[in-house]
Design a protein around this ligand. Structure first.
Ligand SMILES: [Zn+2]
Ligand SMILES: [Zn+2]
Length: 101
């Protein structure tokens, strides 16, 4: 299961590909709070998704950050993006996990 000739989806937050085995999750761009039309979601790296919710509350997301462009412009997320881009695409957490074997 490596080097499959297919296009991986691109994470809209950090603009890196999301390989099939990478931790990933869906983010509701327009939170339900705001009654988003049909619940639009985007596929993100799990680590990127976690960072969004660690940075912003649901209310802030609904009010000011209901677009990916707004998220990318947030100072803390912009720093995170610059940082995570240097990490491997499979990367999941700031805390390295012990390899179990
Ligand atoms: Zn989310
Ligand atoms: Zn990402």
């Amino acid at each position: 299961m490596q080097d499959a000739p297919r296009e991986d989806p691109i994470c809209p937050l950090c603009a890196r590909p999301i390989p099939p085995g990478a931790p990933q999750s869906l983010h509701h761009v327009v939170p339900k709070l705001r009654g988003g039309k049909g619940g639009e979601t985007v596929l993100l790296h799990h680590v990127c998704h976690k960072e969004i919710h660690a940075t912003l509350s649901e209310a802030e997301l609904a009010r000011d950050f209901a677009t990916i462009a707004a998220l990318r412009a947030h100072p803390r997320l912009a720093k995170f993006i610059a940082w995570v881009r240097k990490r491997p695409a499979q990367f999941d957490s700031r805390v390295p996990k012990r390899r179990r074997r």
